[in-house]
Design a protein around this ligand. Sequence first.
Ligand code: SF4
Length: 366
Amino acid sequence: MDILNLRTPKLTRRDFIKLSSASLALLGLSQALTPRVVKALEESLGKPAVIWLEGQDCAGCTESFLNSLEPDAISVILDTISLRYHETAMAASGHQAEAAMTKTIEEGGYILVIEGSIPLAEDGLYCTVGGKPFKEIVMETAKNAAAIICVGSCASYGGIPYSGPTEAVGYLFRGTRKHHYFDSVGDKPVINLPTCPVHPERLITVVIHYLTFGTIPPLDNFNRPIAFYGENQHENCERRGHFDAGRFVTDWSDPNQQGWCLYLKGCKGPWANHDCWKRLWNGRTNYCIKANVPCVGCSEPEFYESFSPLYERRFDVELPGIGKVDIGKVMATVGGVAAAGVGLDMLVSKTAGRWKENEENEVEEG
Ligand code: SF4
């Protein structure tokens, strides 16, 4: 039984078609697959079961998900899956809630959604739910799950709590170091959907892909769907022209600098791979850079610790064959640099290099 039980299903076939079509577009798949997706959604009514855990989190991913407008996440989730356990949203509490989770674990084959990081210090006692360390709850629920979806930066890499005293980790990764903390649960699919918070469309689309094809979409080195994290913010930024021309915001209150590049204000766009620039947030109205806020790189393992202070320039760009660039000189000579055929856009090659470097330098932590 769905413990949320907030209302009766209301999605129509027309809604399913619209949702299917949108999901295929988000995944870059052919619209010819729409009938197959619609059929899968209709047949999956009330299935599969979902357990949504919250560890060291702010419930921001839950808020983001439940407040999504397009597609209407609540309709989709209430009408197409059976949400058995969700600490923030469920009406049940205490033993009744724990019993629902235990029964779902026994049945197996559910989707496990993890929100928040997992504290390892003091045997995981920093975060206990129902008297159990969160670490243990994750192990128990992961054991019989069909697939595991880590929503947000905390569940993916440790996020902000990674910088605290609790030795917080993501399910698979600890910051920039790759480490499979929960190997014992087997090799079931694990999908990371970082950003702080999770974008609801990314979650819904992954669930729909799973319901339709029985598989997860292709993933990158950080277990992120390539369809959502395969492109770089800086390469696609609407302020890129200002970057190339050496026009950087240095004074927030100067109206002449409105819309200029935010690199000197700490923008981590050159190191951030995601599709926020085209997906947008809040019903497709806006996203950080469009709202005059530097990209903080929350899609990356370096967020938060290695990217902080978030609103200060943290790294220098590098040009192939030249090395680190003094951004002050670049601002003065950018015309000359471009004329010499060494466009600033070449710094993006450094971005691609980082992923390779991470993989090659993987360090297993004890
Ligand atoms: Fe856009 Fe940031 Fe790149 Fe500037 S540094 S072009 S604001 S992504």
